[in-house]
Design a protein around this ligand. Structure first.
Ligand SMILES: Nc1ncnc2c1ncn2[C@@H]1O[C@H](COP(=O)(O)OP(=O)(O)OP(=O)(O)O)[C@@H](O)[C@H]1O
Length: 255
């Protein structure tokens, strides 16, 4: 059995004549927290859309835990153990916070979204739901309709649902976008705790978050990975400084 949770092999994606992803090779080990950084338009969202099955690659392959997933549909990839967060849109706004997390828990226990089925082990579902709500700090707001939550809490709920789904490999898309410093700190703590024992791939613009959270970082520029390494290696890489980090290395990144 391979030790790779996720493997991208010479992955390419074009939209018409525009070559957006230009031969990406990436290996993410089981249990690793890996961040993808790069300037606007580098292709980070496109890469996530390829991995989660929303886009088909133009060429190349994607493997998840030793199984080829490129060419499969998003729900098939999800069932094979990969879960992806969206920018809030995964939330059922007409349900309470508790019901949202409960859906994720039910899904992880194999019930899918078939609410009408007779659910035998209700107690286990309720206990798991309560534990997640407690962990993410939303237990006091569990009874509220999700739509009434402040923005940062909605993002937190989105992360909670993604993680409640039980997938081993989790893709988080800019989880701290639009958050204040203190909200960001709380979100990072949540992600660290909730991703224990799982594999995390994260796209994030906040360099403080990236350099705190990631075991390794890949830098994507114009659809190509120009460097992969530990935070120290990336911080010290002249190519990265020149192409992307620039002044942020001095100003935004913890030494
Ligand atoms: N469906 C599409 N059709 C055509 N072009 C697209 C499509 N999706 C993305 N692109 C183009 O691909 C390029 C990369 O976009 P992408 O959103 O992946 O970048 P990004 O690194 O996520 O940027 P940001 O940091 O701003 O979110 C952009 O030039 C974008 O216009």
């Amino acid at each position: 059995m391979s030790n790779e949770a996720l493997q991208l092999i010479d992955l390419k994606k074009s939209f018409g004549p525009a070559k957006i992803i230009q031969g990406v090779n990436l290996q993410v080990a089981k249990g690793e927290r890996h961040a993808i950084i790069g300037p606007n338009g580098a292709g980070k969202s496109t890469l996530f859309n390829l991995i989660s099955g929303r886009f088909l690659p133009t060429s190349g392959e994607i493997w998840l835990n030793g199984d080829k997933i490129s060419g499969k549909k998003p729900f098939e990839i999800n069932r094979m153990g990969l879960s992806r967060s969206f920018q809030v849109s995964n939330i059922f706004t007409n349900m309470t916070v508790r019901e949202n997390v409960r859906c994720g828990v039910l899904y992880s226990m194999g019930y899918g979204y078939s609410f009408w089925r007779n659910i035998g082990n209700l107690r286990e579902v309720s206990e798991k739901t309560a534990a997640i709500l407690e962990d993410v700090g939303l237990i006091d707001k569990a009874h509220l309709p999700a739509t009434l939550l402040p923005y940062a809490d909605q993002r937190t709920l989105e992360i909670a649902i993604t993680i409640a789904g039980g997938a081993e490999v989790i893709l988080l898309d800019e989880p701290t976008a639009g958050m204040s410093h203190s909200e960001t700190d709380r979100a990072v703590a949540l992600i660290e705790k909730a991703s224990q024992g799982k594999t995390l791939l994260i796209v994030e613009h906040d360099m403080g978050v990236v350099f705190n959270l990631a075991d390794r970082i890949s830098v994507l520029v114009y659809g190509e990975i120009i460097a992969t390494g530990t935070p120290e290696e990336i911080r010290g890489d002249p190519k990265v400084r020149e192409a992307y980090l620039g002044e942020e290395v001095e100003e935004g990144v913890p030494a």
